[in-house]
Design a protein around this ligand. Structure first.
Ligand code: MN
Length: 237
């Protein structure tokens, strides 16, 4: 399993981050047109959950193949991998919008799952605003470097499984916020972008930015130029 993929600073173009796509690639294309996305120099980073529920999940592997498109793994990609490996319940995946995947032949399922299996748990970007982290749901603990160190250390399978569960499924931080508890920032990063839990508009909890604005539920797809997240944080502070 690929834990972390690191990117050097983009000195020629812009870096964007997009919320959970869930098969709404038509919305993504339109959002990219709006910002004048330039495939020759700009980069697009995704917080995962490219597939399920929406109309065009089958396009995901074509997007992943683009040299300017980089995604972390979401729990929905993980479910597809689990189905192809005989570890995840079909009915459960069907209820979660995986019908498009379940209707593929065995060979095609294995091929698509192998592509999803290349997606890292975390992405780190060196950006002019500072160090940027992406993970689908959250990290364990309050240190980015500590979490990555733990993930890459010599762990038992069950301990690693727990850390992956947090990265792909956790809602603890936002639920604590919704219950009125104070939230803290993640150290070692300027900002950490996450998806997974739909919010009405991008929400900053400390330096953790929630950007799944429910595109597949008829709300909006959030596409952010990372250079603008200096002001986003200032507004939230
Ligand atoms: Mn998710």
């Amino acid at each position: 399993m690929n834990i972390i993929q690191r990117f050097e600073r983009n000195r020629v173009g812009r870096d964007f981050v997009v919320g959970d796509i869930h098969g709404c690639f038509d919305l993504l294309s339109r959002a990219m047109d709006t910002v004048g996305f330039d495939e020759s120099c700009d980069r697009l980073f995704s917080v995962g959950d490219l597939v399920d529920r929406g109309p065009s999940s089958h396009e995901a592997i074509d997007w992943i193949a683009q040299p300017w498109f980089h995604a972390v793994r979401g729990n929905h990609e993980q479910m597809a991998i689990g189905v192809a490996q005989g570890r995840h319940d079909h009915d459960n995946y069907l209820r979660n919008g995986g019908g498009w995947f379940l209707s593929l032949g065995d060979d095609r399922q294995k091929l698509v799952a192998a592509v999803f299996d290349t997606l890292p748990i975390a992405i780190e970007i060196d950006h002019a605003v500072g160090r940027i982290g992406l993970v689908h749901a959250d990290i364990w603990g309050e240190s980015w470097d500590g979490f990555l160190r733990d993930m890459q250390s010599d762990l038992s399978n069950s301990k690693r499984h727990k850390l992956v569960e947090v990265a792909l499924w956790s809602r603890s931080r936002i639920q604590a916020h919704q219950s009125g508890y104070p939230t803290s920032s993640v150290s070692d990063l300027h900002a950490m972008f996450v998806g997974h839990t739909p919010v009405e508009k991008p929400l900053c909890l400390g330096n953790v930015v929630y950007i799944d604005t429910g595109a597949v539920f008829g709300r909006s797809l959030t596409l952010i130029n990372i250079a603008d997240c200096v002001s986003a944080q200032a507004e939230a502070a």
